[in-house]
Design a protein around this ligand. Structure first.
Ligand SMILES: Nc1ncnc2c1ncn2[C@@H]1O[C@H](COP(=O)(O)OP(=O)(O)OP(=O)(O)O)[C@@H](O)[C@H]1O
Length: 268
């Protein structure tokens, strides 16, 4: 039944950054269990689009629905949405370990918006439930760190991580509970070649076996063409969209990456 509802539906979205129109009249849908990439040149509005979808910045016009609900009314369903920003800025002297950081992403069952699990275990004592939750969380943290190949970093302070290691840990943070939609903003920038290939394999597994839907911003056209189901080419507005072999044709890439595109599009 839920398979008929798009996981994400964006209609007529326009967003300003200061006085600049960063995103203009963008509409698209994501169907469940798909991996979609947003590509486009620097300053094309990719991060702005994602931030507006997440309601992190205001939009000038347009509507956004996630899991069939307006973004402002997601409530506890928001935990079914994972987001990895392009930059994670923090004070490197902040004393928090990798495991502790990943654990912050964990939400107990019943509070994740999945039906039928709320209030489970009511017959046990408060301390038993607390102990059970704690052990479930530890298991989930270990599993998430293993999946992103960051388990060996678990006791390290986050301030000591390299750029690529930090990306692995942030992905683990997104993976520590099941999600229906995962939004990644250049998640694999700075990750080595093998690491990026492992990440794509992991995303594929999450999609195929666990029903996740992925929306990712990427500059890696080669990886996108090999691993994504669909591509949105963005340059302020959507230039083209479709399967990688169509959307990433030389003509479409030229149109998307040409600085003249906006003007060209405007006149024709
Ligand atoms: N905080 C901001 N204040 C003012 N203008 C901004 C701000 N953030 C982005 N912009 C402008 O909005 C436009 C879109 O930027 P955005 O970061 O969304 O592009 P992008 O496609 O994600 O770029 P990149 O590939 O370089 O990450 C650009 O013209 C940029 O200069």
């Amino acid at each position: 039944m839920t398979n008929d509802i798009p996981i994400l539906k964006v209609e007529g979205l326009t967003v300003y950054q200061g006085k600049t129109t960063a995103v203009r009249d963008v509409s698209f849908e994501l169907l469940p269990q798909t991996n979609t990439a947003i590509v486009g040149p620097n300053g094309a509005g990719k991060s702005t689009l994602v931030q507006a979808i997440l309601d992190l910045i205001p939009r000038s016009s347009g509507t956004i629905e996630i899991f069939g609900r307006p973004i402002t009314r997601l409530r506890h369903l928001r935990h079914q949405l994972g987001y990895m920003p392009q930059n994670f800025i923090f004070d490197r002297s902040f004393p928090i370990s990798v495991s502790e950081l990943v654990g912050l992403g964990w939400v107990k069952k019943g509070d994740r918006g999945d039906k039928g699990t709320r209030g489970q275990g009511g017959e046990k004592s408060f301390f038993h439930r607390l102990w059970k939750q704690d052990s479930e969380k530890s298991v989930a943290v270990i599993e998430a760190l293993r999946r992103t190949d960051a388990y060996h970093l678990r006791n390290q302070a986050i301030g000591t991580l390299s750029g690529g290691q930090l990306k692995r840990v942030l992905l683990a943070y997104c993976l520590v509970i099941p999600r229906r939609l995962l939004i990644l903003d250049e998640a694999f920038a700075g990750v080595d070649v093998q690491g990026a290939a492992d990440f794509y394999a992991l995303l594929n597994e999450l999609k195929q076996e666990e029903g996740w839907t992925v929306l990712q911003i990427s500059h890696d056209i080669d990886m996108v063409s090999r691993h994504c189901d669909r591509v949105l080419c963005l340059n302020q507005t959507i230039v083209c969209t479709g399967k990688p072999e169509i959307a990433l044709s030389p003509e479409n890439l030229l149109a998307t990456y040409s600085p003249l595109f906006s003007r060209y599009h405007h006149h024709h």
